[in-house]
Design a protein around this ligand. Structure first.
Ligand SMILES: Cc1ncc(COP(=O)(O)O)c(C=O)c1O
Length: 377
């Protein structure tokens, strides 16, 4: 038998000497299907305006002239502009020293867990919530604790305080508005959990405000004042309509910004990324105009779904959780059969739809209206 006759054995992940905790696990994977209406990943449906596209091209062209050099490692101009944006829109004055930026808020969260979590340490989140918190914990060797929520998806403060006192986690994640439920968390709850975490820990409290701009409520940014163990995480993926850019940022005490320097890769944020983000920040007002439209559309989806007889969780985000379905996966497939992709987050009985353009939302509402008719027939 020659070499070429030997049946080739396919190597599987588990044949490799990978870390034990990664064995048999699945990667993050929202389906990227080619269907007419995609409302499954909480993207902003509006393409960037032409004037901004031109400005990005201009800024990237300038940056390209220096691509033989590493980028500004500290992203000073970009962090200064992000601080200015937060100061103007989030109700609290911050400056360059308070702000750090990375490739998407996922990387910000990863840097936070590399700094404050890691082997022998734990993080807690209140689930259902953003699935990447647990996945990034796993990737950084941080133990994960799943904390409880009330039936209506608000955080059960007493139960959360108890879980924090019992497990003494090193990092506490609070997502407001929460994904996938859309639930906002009030400042009183955040403070109660922060105080419980300091009494048990001390530990870092990470407020993930990826959807902050879509909320009916004010940003939780002012809570970082005088609380060096509290971090606010934000992104340009949603409100700025720039998911493809990969730009997330945090605001916190300057000591936190100094601490994440210990784990960030040198030159992690490319010159092209920094130039593009700076161009987008020049167009903040136009982009926030789209946010206002999306908030109206989100409210319309909530109202119309309720009128159709669905249960709908109050939403402060650019998406809506609706149900209840005896079998949410079958309902997801039926909606997909009508050309509309929504998200089955694995929350039993519920699905999630992102607010799209008015036409996309109409297509979604038509699809669920038909689903309802079929069900009632
Ligand atoms: C709650 C929450 N946080 C963070 C992110 C990550 O966003 P990005 O890495 O695009 O900034 C998302 C994305 O869906 C999210 O839902």
């Amino acid at each position: 038998m020659t070499n070429s006759d030997t049946p080739r054995k396919t190597t599987r992940i588990d044949d490799l000497p990978i870390r034990e905790e990664l064995r048999g696990k699945s990667p993050y994977g929202a389906p990227q299907l080619d269907v007419p209406v995609r409302l499954n990943t909480n993207e902003n449906p509006y393409p960037l305006p032409e004037a901004l596209v031109d400005r990005i091209a201009e800024r990237v062209r300038e940056a390209a002239r220096d691509l033989n050099r590493y980028p500004d490692r500290d992203a000073v101009e970009l962090r200064t502009e992000l601080a200015r944006y937060l100061t103007r829109t989030a109700g609290h004055e911050v400056s360059l020293a308070n702000v750090w930026a990375a490739n998407g808020s996922n990387e910000v969260l990863q840097q936070l867990l590399q700094t404050f979590g890691g082997p022998g340490r734990t993080a807690i989140g209140f689930e259902p919530s953003y699935s990447m918190h647990a996945l990034i914990a796993r990737g950084t060797g941080t133990g994960w604790i799943s904390g409880p929520r009330n039936e209506d998806f608000t955080i059960d403060v007493a139960a959360a305080e108890k879980a924090i006192a019992e497990h003494r986690p090193d990092v506490v994640f609070i997502t407001s508005p929460n994904n996938p439920t859309g639930t906002a968390v009030d400042a009183g709850t955040v403070l109660a959990l922060h105080d419980a975490a300091q009494a048990a820990g001390p530990s870092m409290v990470v407020v993930d405000e990826a959807y902050g701009e879509f909320s009916h409520h004010a940003s939780l940014l002012p809570l970082i004042e005088g609380r060096p163990n509290m971090v606010l995480s934000r992104t340009m993926s949603k409100a700025f309509g720039a998911a493809g850019l990969r730009l997330g940022y945090l605001a916190a005490d300057p000591a936190v910004v100094d601490a994440v320097q210990l784990v960030r890769l040198p030159y992690h944020l490319s010159s092209v990324t920094q130039a593009t983000a700076l161009a987008a920040l020049e167009h903040t007002d136009t982009l926030l105009g789209y946010v206002a439209q999306l908030k109206d559309e989100r409210d319309r989806i909530v109202t119309e779904l309720r009128a159709l007889g669905f249960d709908v969780t109050d939403s402060d985000a650019n998406f809506v959780q609706f149900g209840r379905f005896a079998d949410s996966h079958t309902a997801w497939q039926r909606i997909l059969d009508r050309g509309v992709l929504v998200r089955d987050n694995g929350v039993p009985g519920w699905l999630r739809v992102s607010a799209g353009t008015p036409a996309e939302n109409d297509a979604f509402l038509d699809a669920v209206r038909e689903l309802k008719k079929e069900h009632d027939a």
